[in-house]
Design a protein around this ligand. Sequence first.
Ligand code: TPP
Ligand code: MG
Length: 667
Amino acid sequence: MNDSGANTSPSASKFIEMANAIRALSMDAVQQANSGHPGMPMGMADVATVLFSKFLKFDPSKPNWPDRDRFVLSAGHGSMLLYSLLHLTGYKDMSLEEIKNFRQLGSKTAGHPEYGHADGIETTTGPLGQGLATAVGMALAEKMQAARFKDIVDHHTYVIAGDGCLMEGISHEAASFAGHLGLEKLIVLWDDNEISIDGKTDLAVSDNQLKRFDALGWDTQTIDGHDPDAIETAIAKAKESNKPSLIACKTTIGYGAPNKQGTSGVHGAPLGAEEIALARKELNWPHAPFEIPATIRDRWRAVGTKGARISSAWEKAFDALSTDEKSAFETSLSGELPSSLDDAMLAYKKQLTEDAPGWASRKASQEALNIINEHVSTTIGGSADLTGSNLTKTSHLDPVTPEDFSGRYVYYGVREFGMSAIMNGMALHKGFIPYGGTFMVFTDYARPAIRLSALMEQRVIYVMTHDSIGLGEDGPTHQPVEHLASLRAMPNVNVFRPADAVETAECWEVALKSKKTPSVLSLSRQGLPLVRNDYTSENLSAKGAYELSAANIDAQVTLLATGSEVGIALDAQKALEAEGIGTRVVSVPCTDLFDAQSQSYQTETLGPGTVKVAIEAASSYGWSRYIGREGEFVGLDSFGASAPAGDLYKHFNITSEAVVEAAKKQL
Ligand SMILES: Cc1ncc(C[n+]2csc(CCOP(=O)(O)OP(=O)(O)O)c2C)c(N)n1
Ligand SMILES: [Mg+2]
């Protein structure tokens, strides 16, 4: 393949030129940016050329056509592979200018593919392994969507993954889950080049990946990743399989760079002018940097334009649906909520103020979900093996099984990171609103995917229960301390810690309506008294913080509290006022939303001129911006302990007496 094509058939040499166009753009863009990863795109150019020209169902003129195949570059460092493909096949927003501006501020061609930057980038990748897991979520969403709209949904999810992706632990969670559910339209092309950054992969890994995937219920093959016929045969075979497929594509990293190929030296550094000149010779690519000869460009464009026929055929099939089916499909894709939900939630809130249940907020979440899941048909619940603790399942939700994808509840198994990345994939695919649960302390296991939900602006809802020492006997391994603060520090995540059943309903409502922001609902294991006794139609939690209880006499003290500690604040308020100290209580269900309110609302809510105490059974980190350096904090900056919840609150001095003392100290 390295020669000019003199000894190869005309069609083979045309193919080589197409693949070399990717190689040239990749090495030239990396060289121009003076940073980037040429090795992977050059190594996988042949595989990608076969995939895009022979299999991938896509239409650059309708990039978001719902039944397109999804392509995920899990090895996101090879971003120039994707950008080259999008440019060559004719995606309008991937101009040559963008390629030339690779890795520059404001370009669509960021260092790693970023969702939302350009059409055809189906997900943000770069954190290795996560793209694969996200793709599993897309493949799951396809099966679920096909179970609902069988005449118009039938697409594949293709992934290019590297050695790094397969070394990452999440590859196990994701592949195991995909194997269990038999997601047969998922096809992973593994860039089996035996090189990663530190050198040969055998420095660190000697897994038999094929046996591993085989054991996880996958179909596996090995091919020469530079042999177009072998690549074509393997993908065709994978499409026939009734299991997810892994194709090990034996490749040479940096293929075409004569002195550097096959070494870790081409992984993540420009080839350099000299080596690029030699590669041009080696690849028989005499053209100037960024110049693609018209004949080769036309061949690539033809690959792009042939998708238009397929997308039009799909549109015809869609038009043939009944009006109801059409609108159901469109509504599911739009992610809009039915208007009936608003009234139902108001009626529910009203009922709560009358009944005043003392539910744990995890129970309140389930009750809110009872309403939500009845009105919103696209919510997909789930839990990482804690369904009975997270209370994420409602009676409306049947399980998703390998035999039946029409259900709405996913048993993710003990795979928190996998679950979270899979939910990202489902949200990106569109058609569903995923939520999933585990213990709050295990947000740490899910965190890299929560971060991508936030970066990609995806509405994924994390139902994180057992949110403090209030969970009691399970002890410090299970008791979150720093988690609220660390999640609040993450951009574009709303972290909710509701105080009672009313706030829980309100927080759920905000989470559902935040189409571009993921939410973490931090919920108690223990019962919480209702603190919102007066019905109001306004969603007070949407402001992030609000005065829950005004002072009955001139306010000298403001108590700020969240979740289970709001009740403690109200007790302290009573005690302080009994001593003639006017005290107000501010409930803070979501600091992120509060920080977004007007300065005047924030100042007014924080109670200018009053002394301040914040109460939260968690780390004090971050609270000083509300209470100042003088304010007092009642919480815990150490790990918890194993004991009944009541004993722990006393032991750690998170009591109304402690709050009273903290307030008086400042007066
Ligand atoms: C989670 C994560 N850890 C580390 C990195 C940094 N990193 C980027 S590429 C890479 C090596 C990947 O090797 P491989 O997948 O074989 O890619 P190749 O060198 O073959 O292109 C590493 C460690 C990352 N991007 N993500
Ligand atoms: Mg590699």
